[in-house]
Design a protein. Structure first.
Length: 486
């Protein structure tokens, strides 16, 4: 059977020698400090593992200090919530970073990215379908949304120079921001780990100033003119939690950034630093957006926030918005590149990233030049929960059932005699659990369309808990009937 790796998979004996550090040539050149990362979805030998779990904090913190988080935080108040209702939603929604942390722990255990670890859930061929939909397609959509957010801030920077911000200039700006983002993604894991510490520090400094200014103007007793009550309130709260949770749930690929850690790395530390980095930064930035919405019109957050800031600081604020989104999208593009390999395309990771970028730029130009951006953001983020909630639940349940015991070399075996071929290349338990979870979520959703359950409940959106509970329960039941092997 043809491999999905850019180079042929070596025989098992040679691959195990490579994993033991006796031969590192069989799985590609080691990750070089000054070069493009050589590894794709192949196994990372122990000899090339390095670092500490705490490095993951800056990776996830930098990725969540971004324009989209400001938009989403402000949107909660625009939806009709009071300030403190919005803050409660922000905290509850971001607790889903705990799941993102849990999904990161197979990285060191297996020395493999999430796109390969999920073969244990879906089988070799079933996982290709999973990566095509919940991996590649979702990642590209998020890349496009984030790129559109960064571009709006970049447009303002261009306007400050006196240049006309016409369609041609907008397209050029989108391409330039995407090029910077993709350069980081192409360079790979080492560049991400090295760059995200200073990026986190720079963004923290800028957003500390923004936060200070916003707090001075915040109406801490803000309540909308017509406060929501009863079913309308619960419907808005449920939609808000889904909107916030879509952020952490989109990172079912968190093992991609932990797989270079030594296999002896503490699972608790890996999960904790991943979750803490994402939770802390996202709560703070979404919170700034919600606070600002009590003082300015957050339908146009970039322009409205600038009016609160000193003139000399406004360019720094705009640059920070662009930089934060570049940091976020570099992770997204990196994982999308791995997903494209895992789908079965024989293409090197660096090139697969460029393919993802090209598709995302096209979607971004549509979102900016044709569609309404805020409506697009809300609908896409809430609809992705229908897929991401069940997908996350299946993955998390498998980790718990196996007690994080994953054999990275066995996961790399795509042959019909391999342990993860299951039945015809598909694991029925994973497919049925994911399908059941998506179905349960779809009938409970209330966003671009209203499912029958949501309609019966007066618009209360239970898509997120329904998908999580059903897919987790079905998967656990079906997998316990068979011997769970790692």
């Amino acid at each position: 059977m043809a491999s999905t790796l850019p180079d042929p998979i070596p025989d098992a004996h040679a691959h195990r020698m490579a994993a033991d550090g006796k031969n590192t040539d069989m799985t590609g050149a080691p990750e070089r400090a000054g070069g493009i990362e050589a590894h794709g979805i192949d196994h990372i030998p122990d000899s090339e593992r390095r670092g500490r779990p705490r490095e993951l904090f800056s990776v996830w913190a930098a990725a969540n200090v971004n324009y989209l988080s400001l938009v989403v935080g402000g949107a909660l108040v625009l939806m009709g919530l009071s300030l403190w209702q919005a803050m409660a939603v922000i905290v509850v929604g971001n607790l889903f970073w705990l799941l993102t942390g849990l999904l990161a722990i197979p990285g060191p255990a297996a020395g493999a990215p999430s796109e390969v670890v999920t073969r244990a859930m879906y089988g070799v061929l079933g996982n290709r379908v999973n990566n095509a939909v919940t991996g590649w397609m979702i990642s590209v959509c998020y890349f496009a949304l984030n790129l559109a957010a960064a571009a709006t801030a970049a447009f303002s920077l261009v306007a400050r120079t006196g240049l006309p911000v016409n369609t041609g200039v907008k397209a050029l700006v989108v391409v330039l921001v995407a090029a910077v983002t993709l350069a980081i993604s192409v360079w790979g894991h080492a560049a991400i780990i090295r760059l995200y510490v200073p990026i986190t520090l720079a963004l923290t400094a800028v957003f500390a100033v923004v936060g200070f200014v916003v707090v001075r103007h915040t109406d801490f007793g803000y309540v909308p003119d017509r406060p929501l009550t009863g079913t309308a309130l619960w419907a808005t709260l449920s939609a808000g939690v889904a909107l916030i949770a879509s952020g952490p749930l989109s990172y079912t690929t968190s093992a991609d950034f932990s797989r270079y850690l030594p296999r002896t790395a503490s699972a608790t530390a890996v999960a904790g630093w991943t979750a803490f980095g994402g939770f802390l930064s996202s709560v703070l930035v979404c919170g700034i957006g919600a606070f600002a919405a009590t003082a300015v019109d957050m339908n146009d957050p970039e322009s409205s926030l600038q009016r609160l800031l000193p003139g000399w600081f406004r360019p720094l604020f705009l640059l920070a918005l662009v930089l934060g989104t570049v940091a976020l999208n570099a992770l997204t593009a990196y994982s999308a590149g791995l997903a494209l390999q895992a789908v079965g395309l024989r293409i090197r990771r660096s090139r697969s990233v460029l393919v993802d970028g090209t598709v995302s730029v096209a979607l971004t130009l549509y979102a900016l030049l044709v569609s309404d951006f805020l409506d697009t953001v809300g609908n896409v983020l809430q609809l992705t929960v229908v897929l991401l909630g069940p997908s996350t639940a299946v993955y998390a349940t498998d980790i718990l059932l196996r007690r994080n015991r994953y054999d990275g070399l066995a996961l790399g075996d795509e042959s019909r005699t391999g342990p993860f071929w299951y039945a015809g290349g598909f694991n029925p338990a994973g497919a049925l659990a994911l399908g059941a979870g998506v179905a349960a979520s779809a009938v409970c959703v209330d966003t671009a369309y209203t499912g029958p359950v949501a309609a019966a409940l007066g618009g209360v959106d239970l898509a997120l808990p329904a998908g999580l509970i059903v897919s987790s329960a079905v998967y656990a039941l079906l997998m316990r009937r068979r011997r769970v092997c790692g």
